[in-house]
Design a protein around this ligand. Structure first.
Ligand code: ATP
Length: 234
């Protein structure tokens, strides 16, 4: 079932047209990977999906839930990894939207945080200081945080970047579990083509200047020349 549809999206920064006439969709229980070279416009597209940048033209539509209920895992570089908070506090802060104007988190929000820590197989880290964790552990905790507000759709910006191969495998296994057990829809920006393809049903591939663009199933992507365009561009 489609949970997000993007029709004829065009986006620019001043005179720099980054995306033009882009159309694609994401489905529940499935992962859409957004691939493409540096500067192709992947982060710009995520900003539009998150309501942080207004497109010049086009429509972004979620099905049956507001954009405020989309979970978001930012790129590693955008997260301050040494802030002095416990793992539980970091995860609980993902419930900020649910808390509204209340001064403290309720039992219900704390239960949501615990449930998501369990889901990310990180319950044993609950009392640890976030800054002392390994990169892979931090990433699992931040995913649990993103899940606290994700009703049906999760947006991940390079979730395996900076992780060693074992931690990256764990991250992809958790993504697979979220799709199959929770029916979560996932949109993931990645430079790790093989890893991304291993968990994706569909691919959106964009290139700088939008001269090439592919949207379709993983199988069609693998059979197309797009993966080669990407490796040549890199
Ligand atoms: N805030 C901004 N103001 C002006 N131009 C920007 C801004 N952010 C991005 N751009 C430009 O938009 C284009 C797309 O950048 P974007 O960061 O979306 O690409 P990307 O595919 O995410 O790249 P990367 O893989 O390196 O993260 C680039 O030409 C970039 O210079």
């Amino acid at each position: 079932m489609r949970i997000l549809t993007c029709d004829n999206l065009s986006v620019s920064y001043g005179a720099n047209q980054v995306l033009s006439d882009l159309s694609f969709f994401a489905e529940s229980g499935a992962c859409l990977s957004i691939l493409g070279e540096n500067g192709a416009g992947k982060s710009t597209l995520l900003k539009c999906l998150l309501g942080l940048k207004k497109p010049d033209a086009g429509v972004i539509k979620t099905e049956g839930f507001p954009l405020s209920q989309v979970g978001y895992l930012p790129q590693q570089a955008e997260v301050k990894r040494d802030f002095p908070a416990s793992v539980f506090e970091v995860v609980l802060s993902g419930c900020l939207n649910m808390r509204g104007a209340k001064p403290f988190y309720s039992r219900r929000e704390k239960d949501v945080a615990i449930r998501n820590l369990n889901k990310m197989e990180a319950a044993d880290l609950k009392k640890r200081s976030f800054s002392e964790l390994s990169g892979g552990q931090q990433q699992r905790v931040l995913l649990a945080r993103a899940l606290c507000c994700a009703q049906r759709l999760l947006i991940l910006d390079e979730p395996a970047s900076g992780l060693d191969p074992a931690a990256a495998r764990e991250m992809y296994a958790l993504i697979t579990k979220l799709k199959s057990e929770d029916g979560m829809g996932i949109i993931m920006v990645s430079h790790d083509t093989a890893g991304a393809l291993s968990v994706s049903e569909r691919v959106l591939h964009i290139t700088r200047g939008n001269s090439h663009c592919f949207f379709g199933t993983k199988q069609d992507y693998v059979n197309s020349g797009y993966a080669n365009i990407y490796s040549e561009a890199r």
